[in-house]
Design a protein around this ligand. Structure first.
Ligand code: DQA
Length: 138
C-alpha cells in the first residue's frame, strides 16, 4: 500500500512551534516511529509552506497513491485551490489536524478540505495521523 502524507505551512516547525498546542515532538521523529510501526506501507512524505506546491504534490500523487493524509494547516481555512485539487484527483484524502480546531478561534472552524475529503480526524495530537493510517488500512 502506498500512502502519501502532505503537511502544510509551519508544520516543519513541529517540536518548537507552540508546544502547548502542537506538542514537543518533531514530525521527523514521529515519522520514523510510523515507518517502523508500519513496515508494510510505502510512505511518501511532503511538506511545504507554499500553497501551489501543495497543489502540485496532490496532483503528482493523486492518481497513483492508495491514500493521502493531508494536514493543510492554515491553508485549510483559506484555500479554494487545495479544495479543488482534492476534487480533481482520484485518490481519497483524509484530512487531519493535530489540534481540535473547533475548540479554537472561529476562523479555524471553516475548512475548504472537509467537503472534499473522505473523512476528518482531529484533536488527537500526532496520533491523528496514525488514526488516518489505520483507517486506510481497514
Ligand atoms: C492545524 C490547525 C490549523 O488551524 C493551524 O493553522 C495549523 C495546524 C493542526 O494540525 O492542528 O497550522 O492544522
Amino acid at each position: 500500500m502506498k500512502l502519501s502524507i502532505i503537511n502544510g505551512p509551519n508544520l516543519n516547525l513541529l517540536g518548537t512551534r507552540e508546544p502547548g498546542i502542537y506538542g514537543s515532538q518533531t514530525f521527523e521523529q514521529f515519522f520514523e516511529e510510523v515507518k517502523s510501526k508500519y513496515p508494510q506501507i510505502d510512505f511518501n512524505y511532503f511538506q511545504s509552506n507554499v500553497e501551489g506546491e501543495i497543489i502540485d504534490e496532490l496532483q503528482r500523487v493523486g492518481f497513483s497513491a492508495d491514500g493521502i493524509i493531508l494536514n493543510a494547516a492554515a491553508y485549510t481555512h483559506t484555500s479554494v485551490g487545495i479544495g479543488d485539487a482534492i476534487k480533481a484527483i482520484e485518490t481519497d484524502v483524509i484530512e487531519v489536524h493535530i489540534s481540535n480546531t473547533f475548540a479554537r478561534e472561529d476562523f479555524r472552524h471553516t475548512s475548504y478540505i472537509t467537503p472534499n475529503a473522505k473523512g476528518l480526524i482531529l484533536g488527537f495530537g500526532l496520533d491523528s495521523y496514525r488514526l488516518a493510517i489505520e483507517s486506510f488500512l481497514s
